[in-house]
Design a protein around this ligand. Structure first.
Ligand SMILES: [Zn+2]
Length: 363
């Protein structure tokens, strides 16, 4: 019998969903991480056009480098792998290993592909478990189908995943063990990792493929913050240069580590936005990127990884908080930074002046 739980409404565009991030991140500890190198054994994952390069091998080697980097910087964190050799592991077992082992984080590593080979760079995308994307028959839907497809090779999959149809990721929602708070943290981790990957060798083209949501089976069994990263495209000649070399894989693992590191610092330290400590008498110039009535965490995904996030309080105005990025001595410097922000992440950004914690005219 099929039991369907009503779909959690998950908002796909992080720009429109800042309410999700509007609460501060609960401080938490990270003692155990499960790294999941996708595919393995009889399931090679995606293949290069000449079929010599296999996703499963790339995933395993990047996973090992990532685990090594975490151990080196955080010797107290236990790092486990869902596989450490070329073997097949069922999708549910991967997530269950993390859930039953009380892991604090789950990172699944994959490589993407498109139907047609291309020469241009396509770059990374990062996934969290969610309902809405799986409804759409677009590229994202194909990734979900592809990554879930392996369960057809698993013995007895119809009985094991009763109620789940690999052709219809929406049916996945019955397996979702995740709570809202975990989904929110998964999104923060995904945002951190997507940003650091985008600043590494596989940056892709100018358009960020971003963070996506879908009914990915491997994430459905995770009861902790969990993401799946698609490092790049095996059938993009440009991406393949990085994916196919050992030095490229090391660099990718480094970027993954930096994303993890950013997340770690955000969730393990009290890192809330605080009112500006600068009570400078001098005028400071900042770039306002948004305003609202809720307190937003400085590391929130809505700030897209920018540092120097700050706010000023304006109790007498329509919006109580004005959020700013950057802090400059001259309006010209602020304007230059503002132009960059407007062209990329914050089209509505503008320069404001602040003096002794209060907004004052720029001129
Ligand atoms: Zn894969």
């Amino acid at each position: 019998m099929k039991k369907l739980i009503p779909v959690l409404m998950v908002i796909s565009c992080i720009c429109n969903s800042y309410a999700i991030f509007a609460q501060s991140i609960p401080s938490t500890s990270i003692g155990k991480i499960v790294i999941d190198p996708g595919h393995g054994g009889h399931d090679p994952g995606a293949l290069s056009p000449d079929r010599k390069l296999r996703e499963k091998d790339i995933n395993l080697s990047v996973a090992r480098y990532l685990g090594g980097a975490i151990r080196e910087s955080y010797p107290d964190i236990e790092v486990l792998y869902t596989r450490s050799s070329d073997v097949a592991v069922d999708l549910d077992k991967r997530g269950m290993l993390a859930t039953e082992g009380h892991a604090d984080l789950f990172i699944s590593i994959h490589v993407n592909s498109t139907r047609k080979s291309v020469t241009v760079p396509l770059g990374p995308e990062t996934w969290v478990f969610g309902g809405d994307r799986s409804l759409r028959k677009d590229d994202s839907y194909e990734v979900v189908l592809k990554e879930n497809e392996v369960i057809k090779f698993e013995e007895n999959y119809r009985a094991k995943y009763e109620g789940f149809d690999p052709e219809n990721p929406q049916s996945m929602i019955v397996f979702n063990f995740q709570k809202d708070a975990i989904t929110r943290q998964s999104k923060i981790l995904a945002t951190c990792i997507q940003q650091t990957l985008r600043s590494g060798p596989l940056k892709g083209n100018s358009k960020d493929r971003g963070m996506k949501e879908g009914g990915l089976m491997v994430l459905a069994y995770c009861s902790m913050p969990a993401i799946l990263v698609e490092l790049g495209f095996i059938n993009s000649a440009s991406d393949r240069k990085i994916l196919g070399s050992d030095s490229g894989r090391k660099k990718l693992a480094r970027q993954l580590f930096l994303g993890f590191d950013k997340y770690y610092k955000a969730v393990t330290q009290e890192n809330n936005v605080t009112a500006s400590p600068r009570k400078a008498v001098e005028k400071q110039y900042r770039v306002q990127v948004m305003a609202g009535n809720e307190k937003i965490h400085a590391t929130s995904a809505v700030f897209k990884g920018y540092g120097q996030v700050d706010y000023i309080e304006c109790p007498e105005q329509k919006y109580k908080y004005k959020y700013t990025i950057g802090n400059f001595d001259t309006p010209e410097e602020a304007q230059e930074f503002c132009t960059q922000l407007r062209s990329k992440d914050f089209p509505g950004a503008f320069v404001i002046a602040v003096q002794e914690g209060k907004q004052v005219p720029v001129k």
